[in-house]
Design a protein around this ligand. Structure first.
Ligand code: ZN
Length: 526
C-alpha cells in the first residue's frame, strides 16, 4: 500500500530583534522543530521556516537609545536568533529577515496590492493612542490611567492620514472558518478567546504609518513613498514572502497553495494577529489560509514573568551549555503545560532529566544492553513469535497516539504515550528476572533458554522503537540510544521503522555505555 505523501509547511512566529533570544523563543523553536522532525520522519514533504521581524519601531528606538546604527544592530541580533539552531538542534529549512531579505519587500507589497485591488484598503484621517512596544493602537477605555495595560508606558498620540484595512467585511467569514475548524485554532481555550473577540465586532484598522514617524524604517506602501506599512502587515506576510510569493515561485505553489497543512506556531500574546488579521489579508487577496494556528502559553522564571529589570531572564544557550541539549529540549516539551503558563527553575529541569532520562530511560537501555552482552555475547536473538507480548501490545499503539497528539499540538501526551512503553519495559525486567532465567538455562533447562531469548529480543526491540519515537524530541539522545542498539537514525531504512518487527534480530550490538549520565547537583555533594 502506498500512501500519498503529504506536504507539510510549518513556521515559528518571527520575533523582534531588539534583544537576545530568550527561553520563550527557544520553546517555540523547539516545539516547531519537533513537529517538523516528526513529519519528516513519517515521510511528509516538510518545510520549516523561521526568521526575524526587523521593521518594528521598537527596533529603531532600541538602536537610537544604544546610539547604534539600526542596520548594524539588526544584523547583530538577527545573527543571535539564527545561531540558536545549532546548540538547540533546531533544523529549519529557511530563515527570513524582513529588513534585508530581497524576497520580502516585493512579496509584502504584492499582498498589499492584491488587498487594494479587492477594494479592502482605503485612506482616512486617524487620531489614536499608539503603544510602540505593543505596535498597536489602544482605545481610550483600554488604557489604565492613560497608560498601556501591558507596558505601563504612556502611549504616543498619533494624528495622521493612514491607510485602513476593511477588517469588518471579514467578520462572518473568519468566525465561520474558526467555528468549523477549517482553520484550526488550538488549544480550545484560545479558540474560544479568539471567537469571542471576533464576535464582539471587528473594526477596520490602520495598516500604515507616516514614513517620517518610523524614521524611514520599514516597507514602503506601494505607490505612496510617504507611508510605510504597519509592521504587522509586513511581518505576517513573511510566511509567504519566504516562499517567493512575489514571483509566484515554485515554493509558493508547493508549500502554500498546494500544501496539505500550513501550520503556524505562535505565543498567546499574538494570537489576534495570526487568527484574525493574517487570514483576513489572505481572504482579501484570494490566497489560501493557514490550516492550523497552534498557540503556546508563556514560560515564567521562578514563578514570575521574565524581564531584564527583574534579572530573571533565562538564556537558553547557557542552559544547553550547563545541562546539555537533551535536558533542555526534553524539559521544554515535557513540562510546558498546554493550557497554562509554564515555570522554569533549574531544580525542575534537573529533576525531570534525572528522573525520566537518567533513571527510567537510561537505566532501561543500560540494563537491557548489559544483559544482552552477558547472556548472548551481544547478539540479538532471532525468535519466532506466535502471540503479541505485553511490550509489543503497548508499542503497536504508539504511532497512532503520537500522530494524534502532534496534530493536537500536545507534546506531553505524545511523550506520555512513549513513556507507557518505558515504564512497562522496566516492569517487564523486574517481573521476568532474566538473571534467574539465565541461571536455570545454565543448569540445562532448554525452555528457560528459549524464554531468555524471547525476553532479550523483546527488550532490544523496545529500545529500538524508543530511539525512533524519541528522535523528534531529543534527536541527540535518541541517536545515542540507536547507537547502543547498533544502528543510526540518520541511515533511515528498516531499523527506523515505527512497527514492532524485530528489525535488529541477528545483529551484534556494542557494549553498554551510559546514554544519559545523571546531572549531579553541587549542593548535594557539599
Ligand atoms: Zn504596550
Amino acid at each position: 500500500m502506498t500512501e500519498k505523501q503529504s506536504i507539510y509547511y510549518i513556521t515559528t512566529s518571527i520575533p523582534y530583534v531588539n534583544g537576545r533570544p530568550h527561553i520563550g523563543f527557544a520553546l517555540e523553536a523547539v516545539q516547531t522543530d519537533t513537529l517538523a522532525r516528526h513529519h519528516r520522519m513519517i515521510g511528509d514533504d516538510t518545510r520549516y521556516l523561521s526568521g526575524t521581524d526587523e521593521n518594528a519601531l521598537t527596533v529603531v528606538q532600541a538602536a537610537e537609545l544604544a546610539g547604534e546604527n539600526v542596520e548594524e544592530m539588526v544584523e547583530r541580533h538577527a545573527e543571535a536568533f539564527r545561531a540558536i539552531q545549532d546548540p538547540l538542534e533546531v533544523r529549519y529549512d529557511d530563515f527570513i529577515r524582513t529588513a534585508t531579505d530581497p524576497r520580502h519587500w516585493p512579496g509584502a507589497q504584492k499582498l498589499w496590492r492584491k488587498c487594494a485591488d479587492a477594494g479592502d484598503i482605503y485612506k482616512r484621517h486617524y487620531q489614536g493612542q499608539y503603544c510602540i512596544n505593543c505596535e498597536r493602537f489602544y482605545r481610550e477605555e483600554e488604557l489604565v490611567d492613560g497608560k498601556c495595560p501591558i507596558h505601563g508606558t504612556v502611549p504616543e498620540t498619533v494624528d495622521e492620514e493612514n491607510y485602513f484595512f476593511r477588517l469588518s467585511k471579514y467578520q462572518d467569514a473568519l468566525s465561520e472558518l474558526i467555528r468549523s475548524n477549517t482553520m484550526l485554532v488550538q488549544p480550545e481555550h484560545r479558540r474560544e478567546e479568539i471567537l469571542s473577540f471576533i464576535d464582539s465586532g471587528l473594526e477596520d484598522f490602520s495598516i500604515s504609518r507616516r514614513s517620517l514617524r518610523g524614521h524611514g524604517w520599514g516597507v514602503p506602501v506601494p505607490d505612496d513613498p510617504d507611508q510605510v506599512m504597519y509592521v504587522w502587515v509586513d511581518a505576517l506576510s513573511n510566511y509567504i514572502t519566504a516562499l517567493d510569493y512575489a514571483t509566484d515561485g515554485e515554493l509558493y505553489e508547493r508549500y502554500w497553495r498546494n500544501a496539505d497543512q500550513r501550520v503556524h506556531i505562535v505565543g498567546k500574546d499574538i494570537i489576534r494577529f495570526h487568527a484574525v488579521y493574517w487570514p483576513a489579508f489572505l481572504l482579501s487577496a484570494g490566497e489560501p489560509l493557514p490550516t492550523a494556528i497552534n498557540v503556546h502559553e508563556f514560560l515564567l522564571s521562578g514563578g514570575e514573568k521574565m524581564s531584564k529589570s527583574r534579572g530573571n531572564t533565562v538564556d537558553p544557550l547557557e542552559l544547553v551549555e550547563i545541562y546539555g541539549n537533551d535536558a533542555v529540549r526534553y524539559w521544554l516539551l515535557r513540562d510546558m503545560p498546554r493550557s497554562s503558563d509554564g515555570n522554569f527553575t533549574h531544580e525542575r529541569l534537573i529533576g525531570r532529566y534525572n528522573e525520566d532520562l537518567a533513571n527510567d530511560l537510561g537505566n532501561l537501555v543500560n540494563r537491557s544492553i548489559g544483559m544482552l552482552q552477558r547472556y548472548r555475547d551481544g547478539v540479538v536473538p532471532e525468535v519466532g513469535r506466535d502471540e503479541v507480548g505485553v511490550l509489543h501490545g503497548i508499542a503497536q499503539d504508539i504511532p497512532e497516539k503520537m500522530d494524534a497528539a502532534f496534530d493536537a499540538f500536545d507534546f506531553r501526551t505524545a511523550i506520555a504515550a512513549i513513556w507507557e512503553l518505558v515504564t512497562a519495559a522496566n516492569k517487564y525486567i523486574d517481573d521476568q528476572k532474566p538473571w534467574e532465567i539465565a541461571k536455570a538455562a545454565k543448569n540445562g533447562d532448554d525452555l528457560a533458554d528459549a524464554r531468555l531469548d524471547l525476553v532479550l529480543a523483546d527488550l532490544i526491540e523496545t529500545i529500538r522503537l524508543l530511539a525512533v519515537h524519541l528522535a523528534p524530541f531529543i534527536p541527540l539522545g535518541a541517536e545515542r540510544i540507536a547507537n547502543q542498539a547498533g544502528f543510526s537514525l540518520a541511515d533511515g531504512g528498516r531499523p527506523t521503522s515505527r512497527d514492532w518487527d524485530d528489525a535488529l534480530a541477528g545483529q551484534t550490538l556494542p557494549k553498554a555505555a551510559p546514554v544519559f549520565p545523571r546531572i549531579e547537583v553541587a549542593e548535594e555533594t557539599e
